[in-house]
Design a protein around this ligand. Structure first.
Ligand code: SF4
Ligand code: SF4
Length: 317
């Protein structure tokens, strides 16, 4: 459950048990503080049902010692002595070499924990197509989490092209961090992801209404949904584009799409963090987009839009 839903401990327990009674037995979370207190709430809800459910958790820990600390902390939070799947969260080009180093990387800690039985399988989560493909080639990595929703489905196709083992993939961010149900039904989002069989999908549920929609989607409508057309979703985050100045184009355009879809505050924070190098409209990236998007124009639009948003906020303080 993303922290912005903020259910208290007892309501979370009721929601989780309702999900369990519906038949959901796989719960994916991430370490405490990074994902709010989700691990603690899962531990609280399921401490008497531990052997009936599968728990997957992860941490942004890239060295062996950081991963060892993270696993200990997760076990305590989850009130359990083993986690079914545990792994490296947000593995990326900047931390990949460290994380996968067989002597001092996070992967060593995970292998040792698996040998001891404190974790049963190793998982990774990434927003990078080539890294997803690389990680899937490790025989001891059992699950690779990749985002998949109408704003980010290109990542999966690019990862397949890079050699991703499809059998290890589990999609996440099906609801776009809980935001996309404001624009389209949960059923249509679920259908959008599951059309890529045999891939599995993790659906983040933040409240009772979303659980009930998920239930209806599963029981009645999953096979009958129309294609989703979201506004401002020209870019599918395939990551084929290259900026000669080093700008992360696909990330910027994702924040643009979220902002223009109405998620202003969240998108502004993300855009401000990742747009540290200014686009000079050189046009070098234009030939690299398979969808022939006018990337400099889209970035200029995003700059103007965010600029207006900041001014609006200043004036209306
Ligand atoms: S137009 Fe902008 S985004 Fe494209 S390569 Fe040039 S600086 Fe990078
Ligand atoms: S701008 Fe084009 S190449 Fe870049 S991520 Fe989006 S769709 Fe892919």
């Amino acid at each position: 459950m993303p922290p912005h839903f903020n259910l208290d401990k007892e309501d979370s327990k009721r929601l989780l048990l309702e999900a369990y009674n519906f038949g959901i037995n796989f719960y994916d979370t991430a370490i405490h503080t990074e994902y709010g207190d989700s691990e603690i709430k899962i531990g609280h809800a399921f401490n008497k049902l531990r052997d009936r459910i599968v728990i997957s958790s992860k941490a942004r820990a890239y060295t062996k010692s950081d991963m060892e600390k993270a696993m200990l902390s997760s076990l305590k939070n989850l009130d359990t002595n083993y986690v079914d799947l545990y792994g490296i969260h947000q593995i990326s080009p900047t931390n990949y070499e460290t994380a996968m180093n067989p002597d001092y990387g996070a992967i060593c800690a995970l292998r040792e924990a698996k040998a001891k039985g404190t974790i049963r399988s190793i998982t990774v989560g990434t927003h990078h197509a080539d890294i997803a493909a690389e990680c899937s080639k490790f025989t001891d990595i059992d699950m690779v989490q990749l985002p998949y929703n109408p704003l980010e489905y290109g990542l999966y196709d690019s990862a397949l092209t890079a050699g991703l083992d499809k059998n290890k993939v589990v999609f996440h961010k099906i609801l776009g961090g809980g935001m996309l149900p404001a624009l389209c039904s949960i059923s249509s989002l679920l259908h959008f992801a599951l059309k890529e069989k045999p891939v599995s999908a993790l659906v983040g549920i933040g409240n009772f209404y979303q659980l009930s929609e998920l239930r209806q989607a599963y029981e009645h409508t999953i096979n009958n949904e129309n294609t989703i057309l979201l506004p401002h979703s020209e870019c599918n985050r395939c990551q084929s584009c290259i900026c000669t100045k080093g700008i992360n184009i696909s990330k910027l355009l994702r924040y643009r799409a979220y902002a223009l879809s109405g998620f202003h505050r969240w998108a502004l924070t993300g855009f401000t963090k990742c747009y540290t190098l200014k686009c000079d409209r050189c046009g070098d990236c234009l030939t690299t987009c398979p969808r022939s998007l006018n990337i400099p124009l889209l970035i200029e639009e995003a700059e103007n839009w965010f600029h207006d948003l900041v001014n609006y906020k200043e004036v209306n303080k």
